[in-house]
Design a protein. Structure first.
Length: 438
């Protein structure tokens, strides 16, 4: 260990322990409208953003413009004879605040279809990376490479009036959404299918065409993609990917810069990367215990995971205090199309066993499953076993919500985001002043 690294460790590690103790002893001390714990808790629950597209309630779950996920599955337009909502309709709902008609969805499909051609230099930028590069890194770079075509960047450079910022932003948003499935599918085929790419099918809807370009042409998988891309689209504004889009966009960065940054956040294991961690954990469980593990065996494996100082992936949520409605939507889909699937049944058995174990630790505020607890098992059922790619699917979906929000930020003239930060010494002084006044 180098001298500076050693000196840093000698200073930082004891200070870390000191700060944890300080927060434990003074977390409830109010410093105006916030407490010491608020400062160190990642601003959880602190209202500081305006996001119109969706709202997350701790006990009721996510609502998109007032509609729950079961209501979305019921009321959003579907392909003729279809059972799952079309994600294009959800984008319309989040942008406009009203339920679209089927004709509205067809108009969006036609618009995005006309914009879907990806410039060759974007593929060249992706191809310049080693094929072993994580798909999320390739995805972020592909998004950045599209920035050369930004309508907003060009208009701003030419001196556009700020009241019109939303107009070129709209063009960028539609171009981005139109092209994302093509870029994501290109990465998948490049990384896992020897670069054998599949041309888009303009006769298909946005989600089904994405599935087609990935190489999955079963009607059931089309249905899964429509559901998957709908339920992962938004989760109000405070999650990392949505907040990053807002934060970077608040500097008047164009949609490509903002969304690429958001995807770098989504790639973190405490955010979107969790979906691949869940399926790996389940497969490790099965490898250790054997096929069709009993609930008792699953419970023991969970206990051993916790004793090893690890988390049970797919369980817990920063806001929710009940089972994630997105988990339940996927469970409903699985009960319809794959009720005998072994991994799916393991997911359901974990759902029965894990919450009381996690709750009994006394350390976990939400012992219930989130969206990531189920999605991997569904994808595996249809043969998509490339777990590192799962977060890219999440990213394609999340674009719908964060791009609709970014458009509203431009229309409303949202200011640059600049929260106040303080030092530990400032906090100690402020707490001492508050305590001395009592």
């Amino acid at each position: 260990m180098g001298n500076l690294k050693q000196k840093f460790a000698e200073k930082a590690i004891p200070l870390s322990a000191e700060i944890k103790q300080f927060v434990k002893e003074n977390g409830n001390v109010a410093l105006g409208t916030f407490t010491v714990e608020d400062v160190y808790a990642g601003m959880k629950g602190v209202i500081g953003l305006l996001t119109e597209t969706s709202l997350l309630d701790a006990n009721e779950g996510i609502r998109f413009r007032g509609y729950s996920i079961p209501e979305l599955r019921k009321f959003l337009p579907k392909v003729p004879g279809g059972t799952e909502p079309l994600p294009e309709g959800l984008f319309y709902l989040m942008l406009m605040g009203e339920m679209p008609t089927y004709d509205d969805v067809l108009e969006i499909q036609a618009n995005w279809r006309a914009r879907a051609e990806v410039p060759q230099h974007v593929f060249n930028a992706i191809d310049a990376l080693p094929v072993t590069t994580h798909p999320m890194t390739q995805f972020s770079i592909g998004i950045m490479a599209m920035q050369t075509d930004s309508h907003f960047a060009k208009a701003y450079r030419e001196g556009i009036n700020k009241k019109d910022y939303w107009d070129p932003t709209y063009e960028d948003v539609c171009d981005l959404l139109a092209r994302l499935p093509r870029i994501a599918a290109y990465i998948y085929r490049r990384t896992y299918k020897n670069g054998e790419h599949i041309a888009p099918n303009p006769e298909l809807d946005w989600a089904a065409n994405f599935a087609h370009m990935l190489g999955f042409n079963e009607n059931e998988f089309y249905k899964l993609m429509r559901l998957y891309l709908t339920i992962h689209a938004d989760h109000e504004g405070g999650n990392v990917s949505a907040h990053t889009t807002h934060l970077v966009g608040s500097a008047l960065s164009d949609p490509y810069l903002a969304f690429s940054a958001a995807m770098n956040g989504l790639a973190g294991p405490l955010h979107g990367l969790a979906n691949q961690e869940v399926i790996r954990w389940i497969l490790d469980l099965r490898a250790e215990i054997g096929n069709n593990p009993s609930k008792e065996q699953i419970a023991e494996y969970i206990q051993n995971t916790l004793k090893a100082g690890k988390v049970v992936p797919g369980y817990g949520h920063a806001v929710l205090r009940k089972t994630d409605p997105r988990f339940l939507a996927q469970q409903d889909f699985a009960k319809t199309y794959m009720p005998e699937d072994e991994l799916v049944n393991i997911v359901w058995n974990i759902y029965e066993v894990a919450p009381p174990i996690l709750e009994n630790t006394g350390k976990i505020k939400n012992p219930w499953p989130n969206v990531d607890a189920h999605s991997g098992a569904l994808l595996l059922h249809y043969g998509m076993n490339e777990y590192d790619f799962y977060t890219v699917l999440f990213g394609v979906s999340r674009a719908l919500g964060v791009m609709a929000s970014l458009l509203w930020d431009r229309v409303l003239g949202s200011p640059i985001e600049r929260p106040k930060s303080v030092t530990y010494e400032w906090l100690k002084t402020a707490v001492a002043v508050r305590k001395s006044a009592i």
